[in-house]
Ligand binder design. Structure first.
Ligand code: ADP
Ligand code: MG
Length: 292
C-alpha cells in the first residue's frame, strides 16, 4: 500500500506542505509535512541528491534508499516509525513518516536529568519489543541511540524507533565515523572487526545497554571525559562502572540487566528474548497497556 512515485516534477510538494524543521542528519533534513488534502501532520525526511556530486555516489544513495525504504515499508510495529509515502524526484528523495511530535528521547533525558526506573522500564520494554520484531524479520538496526529514539508522546513516554530505514547508508557512515569520531553506542566487536556486515543482531543489544545505562543515571557508561583510556579502549575492554551516588538507589535487577547487555563478548550478551524475560522487565508485564 506504499505509494512509490517516480516523477521529475514536484509531486511531493503538490501533496504536502513543508512546515517547521524537526532535525537534521548527514544527508537528510527532517521537517513537519502537512497533507494538503486531509490536513494530517507527518514528518518528512528529505534527502538532497545534489549533495552527492558524482553520479556513482548518487546511484549508491538511490539504491540504498530503495532497499531501505522497502525494508521499512514491511515493518509494522507501534514502536517503529511507519512510512506513509516515498517520493523520488530528480533532486530530492522524500520519505513521509509518522510524526513523533515530542522530539528525541535525548532531549527529554536532558530535561529530566535521568529517568525513574519505571520510566526507564517503559522505554526499554518498547525498544526490546521493537528489536524483537525487527530481528524476526532479519533486520538489524545498527544505529540505536538516544537521538534516533523519538517520542510520540512525552507524558506517557510512547517511543518510536527511527532512522533505520536508511541505517545502511548512515550505518556505513557511522561506522567510518566510529574509527575517528564518537563510538559511544557502538558494540566492541564493531570496533575490533573493522568490517561492516560481519557482526550480528547482538550489536543492537549492546547499544540498548548503553541507552538503558543513560536512562537510569543521565550520563553515558563510556566517555572520553571520564578515565584516561580513550573511549574506544574503554568499550573494547568493557570498562565502565556504576558510580555513587548516582547509582545508589538503582535496583540490583536493573544493574544486572545493564551488565548482561554490556557484555563485550557477544556470546555472553543477553538475547532480546532473555531480556524480555529478565526479572527487571517482568515487573511491568502485568501493568495494563504494556502486555507482551
Ligand atoms: P539521519 O539519518 O540523517 O540521522 P534521522 O532519521 O535520524 O536522520 O533524522 C534526524 C533527526 O530528525 C532525528 O534525530 C529527529 O530529531 C528528527 N526526526 C527524524 N524523524 C522524525 C520523525 N518521524 N518525527 C519527528 N522528528 C523526526
Ligand atoms: Mg539519526
Amino acid at each position: 500500500n506504499l505509494d512509490v512515485h517516480r516523477h521529475e516534477q514536484c509531486e511531493f510538494k503538490q501533496s504536502y506542505l513543508v512546515a517547521e524543521a524537526l532535525g537534521k542528519g548527514a544527508f537528510a533534513q527532517v521537517h513537519v509535512a502537512i497533507n494538503r488534502v486531509t490536513g494530517e501532520r507527518f514528518a518528512v525526511k528529505m534527502i538532497d541528491r545534489r549533495r552527492m556530486a558524482q553520479a556513482e555516489r548518487q546511484r549508491k544513495l538511490d539504491e540504498n534508499f530503495r532497499v531501505e525504504t522497502s525494508i521499512l515499508a514491511r515493518v509494522r510495529h507501534p514502536a517503529v516509525v511507519q512510512v506513509h509515502g516515498v517520493f523520488r524526484e530528480r533532486d530530492f528523495l522524500y520519505l513521509v513518516l509518522d510524526l513523533a511530535a515530542d522530539g528525541e528521547l535525548f532531549d527529554e533525558i536532558v530535561r529530566r536529568e535521568f529517568l525513574s526506573e519505571d520510566h526507564s522500564r517503559r522505554v526499554m520494554l518498547q525498544l526490546l519489543l521493537a528489536i524483537r520484531h525487527l530481528n524476526r524479520m532479519g533486520i538489524v538496526h545498527r544505529d540505536i541511540k538516544l537521538e534516533n529514539i523519538l517520542l510520540a508522546d512525552r507524558a506517557s513516554l510512547r517511543i518510536k524507533l527511527a532512522d533505520f530505514g536508511l541505517a545502511k547508508i548512515v550505518g556505513e557512515q557511522a561506522f567510518m565515523k566510529t574509527v575517528c569520531g564518537t563510538p559511544m553506542y557502538v558494540a566492541p566487536e564493531v570496533l575490533t572487526v573493522r568490517q561492516v556486515g560481519v557482526y550480528d543482531k547482538l550489536v543492537d543489544m549492546w547499544s540498548l545497554g548503553v541507552v538503558l545505562y543513560i536512562c537510569l543515571c543521565g550520563f553515558p557508561p563510556f566517555s572520553d571525559e571520564l578515565a584516561p583510556p580513550p573511549m574506544r579502549d574503554q568499550i573494547i575492554a568493557g570498562m565502565y562502572s556504576f558510580p555513587s551516588p548516582y547509582w545508589d538507589s538503582v535496583s540490583p535487577e536493573a544493574i544486572d540487566l545493564v551488565c548482561q547487555m554490556l557484555q563485550v563478548d557477544p556470546r555472553n550478551r543477553i538475547s532480546v528474548d532473555a531480556a524480555l524475560a529478565h526479572p527487571w522487565l517482568r515487573a511491568c508485564r502485568t501493568q495494563a497497556g504494556w502486555a507482551i
